[in-house]
Design a protein around this ligand. Structure first.
Ligand code: SAH
Ligand code: SF4
Ligand code: F3S
Length: 480
């Protein structure tokens, strides 16, 4: 049996702890050892990413590092010499998918024992997962978490040199790494991290444990990255953070999300988006900036989670249904053409029928353009997982379907109202179903299909909307 080296394991009490020293920006250059350069020559990697945009951006960084070492990208796992599974822990079904993937890789590795399998990401920040991998999933060569991605090449080098299995998962991050290379997934749209981690500790959520304390990047670093993207011809930037409203609070230099957003907008990127915003500290200054700059898209993802005050309190969300509605009213008044989307959890521990109906009422009040609905999934070690949950699975599913119907009815109304209007669309590519049809997103985030030539890809064009469907719309291009 291969020896195993365990450098660090995640410890939940340390992940929860927020009383430790400030962060340093790490600016050291990435170095690739001669040994790794030789080993990577002619080899291919594949990264399978689950979860949210934070993971997508992490994949881009990992890909950048691997490219520096000389790896090229494989089409899929079958063609790869190195596979990294980039995991998500937010709900049980996300974790189930990862274990399915690990099973598939085990059989691939039986055929090709030289293949290297690494598992990374949020799931790995949980002690019980690392223990399971250590004891049961022996085909995995390298296990690392969300806090040491910047050390990927050193870890790979060690695995290759020593032929041991390596586990290195830190409980916390003390740095904000800069100067990391990246291979961006898309040519015209880019994600830019403005901060890492989350300090909100909503009672159901694992993210503050898996991603650590809130750490903002220096605004000069963010602006430089965005300016480079504008220069390179990118048409859209999405600023990323688990809760972007908290940007800059930890820097203690007066930085705020409102001023950052304004400064990025001024760089002249044609489209600017951001996600996610917490309804609790969405400032008036932010609303004003969004309303003032036409290149800040009027599309805001504003997770409500529930429409009932007691459930919101038990979730630790820090707002009431009334204050959420006030915020929505204020946004609608100041941001022309505003589209709101949201996340909702059904079947939080102890949720009654009446409390659930408050959520349905909220959906009708706001009239969301889109909504991600989830059935509550208990996460090990979170406060909500210890709350009494007397709602049956059957009942949760019934509520889920009812909610989905309401959400769809509202989204349909919003979509129908676009028919006959002319909207701006950033063309992403040809439609998945039909080569002669182009597809892209309107400013409000709606998916639009229309006939057009492929050279329009990456451009922003005007499209007249003809038909509306639940998840997409059909239109025709408007020539000036
Ligand atoms: N930081 C983001 C969300 C990250 S998780 C925010 O606060 O908006 C994305 C969504 O997953 C959450 O908004 C929530 O609706 C859902 N979610 C998180 N934990 C969950 C759990 N334990 N069960 C079900 N859904 C959950
Ligand atoms: Fe999770 Fe709440 Fe943080 Fe969002 S704000 S990541 S839901 S703890
Ligand atoms: Fe999942 Fe981690 Fe994102 S738990 S939702 S990948 S922050």
């Amino acid at each position: 049996m291969r020896p195993i080296v365990i450098k660090n394991r995640p410890i939940m009490s340390e992940e929860r702890d927020r009383r430790f020293k400030d962060f340093e920006t790490l600016r050291s250059e990435v170095r690739v050892s001669e040994r790794l350069l030789k080993a990577a020559h002619g080899k291919k990697y594949y990264i399978r990413t689950y979860g949210c945009q934070a993971n997508v951006r992490d994949e881009e960084t990992m890909a950048g590092l691997l490219a520096m070492a000389g790896f090229s990208k494989a089409e899929d796992e079958n063609q790869a010499d190195l596979v990294i599974v980039n995991t998500c822990a937010v709900r049980e079904n996300a974790e189930d998918k990862v274990f399915g993937e690990i099973g598939l890789l085990k059989s691939l590795k039986e055929k090709r024992p030289d293949m290297i399998v690494a598992v990374a990401g949020c799931m790995i920040q949980q002690a019980h997962v690392v223990e399971a991998i250590e004891k049961k999933y022996k085909s995995i060569d390298l296990v690392f978490g969300t806090h040491n991605i910047h050390e990927l090449l050193d870890m790979l080098d060690e695995v290759l040199a020593t032929h041991t299995r390596l586990i290195d998962v830190r409980s916390r991050s003390e740095v904000v790494p800069e100067n990391l290379p990246s291979v961006r997934t898309e040519r015209f749209k880019a994600f830019v991290n403005i901060m890492y981690g989350c300090d909100k500790f909503c009672t159901y959520c694992i993210v503050p444990y898996t991603r650590g304390k809130e750490r903002s990047r220096q605004s000069a670093d963010i602006l430089k990255e965005c300016a480079d993207l504008v220069q390179a011809g990118y048409q859209e930037i999405t600023l990323l953070g688990q809760n972007v409203n908290a940007y800059g609070k930890d820097l203690k230099d007066g930085s705020s999300f409102a001023s950052l957003l304004e400064n990025v907008a001024k760089l002249g990127i044609p489209r600017l988006r951001f996600m996610t915003s917490h309804p609790w500290d969405f400032s008036d200054a932010m609303i004003d900036v969004i309303g003032q700059y036409p290149n800040i898209m009027p599309a805001i993802h504003l997770p409500v989670q529930s429409g009932n005050d007691l459930i919101l309190r038990n979730m630790g969300r820090r707002y009431t249904s009334a204050s959420y509605k006030d915020l929505v009213d204020k946004m609608k008044a100041k941001i022309p053409g505003l589209a709101l989307t949201t996340d909702i959890i059904v079947g939080f521990p102890g949720e009654t029928e009446e409390q659930f109906m408050d959520t349905v009422e909220m959906v009708r009040y706001v009239g969301y353009d889109g909504c991600f609905t989830f059935i509550y999934s208990p996460r090990v070690g979170t406060p909500a997982a210890k709350m009494e949950d007397n709602v049956t699975d059957e009942e949760k599913h019934r509520r889920f379907s009812l909610l989905l119907k309401t959400v769809e009815a509202e989204a349909e109304k919003r979509a129908d109202a676009m028919v006959g209007k002319t909207v701006s669309v950033l063309v992403d590519g040809t439609s998945k179903k039909n080569d002669s049809v182009l597809s892209g997103y309107a400013e409000n985030g709606k998916l639009i299909h229309f006939q057009g030539s492929e050279d329009l890809v990456g451009k922003i064009v005007k499209v007249h909307i003809l038909e509306s469907h639940l998840y997409s719309m059909m239109g025709e291009i408007v020539h000036d």
